[in-house]
Design a protein. Structure first.
Length: 101
């Protein structure tokens, strides 16, 4: 789905993906993915530290997405007019930001 979307990324920006986006580094050269281990090649301590560092920054984003899913605009099918989706999404994000502060 990521490959089909062809989202325009700024080539200078570093994009952090989770392990579900294997192969994204071929599309966006300045991307950061966690290392994966296998039976034959376990992760080194350095790889584990890098994965932990990456996951610590990504978990903040995942928590925000989880909070927005409470409103069910992302979690379920949107059944209203498409024109209103952007406005409602901005309102929900505004409510979340207001609660945070």
């Amino acid at each position: 789905m990521f490959k089909k979307s062809k989202l325009p990324f700024n080539k200078n920006k570093k994009v952090k993906f989770d392990s579900g986006y294997q192969g994204a580094e071929k599309i966006h050269l300045n991307s950061e993915l966690p290392r994966k281990s296998s039976k034959l090649k376990p992760l080194t301590k350095k790889d584990k530290k890098e994965n932990l560092k990456l996951s610590r920054t990504r978990v903040k984003v995942e928590h925000v997405i989880g909070k927005i899913k409470i409103f069910r605009i992302i979690a379920e099918r949107y059944r209203n007019r498409r024109i209103n989706h952007d406005l409602r999404m901005k309102l929900i994000c505004g409510i979340y930001n207001f609660e945070r502060n």
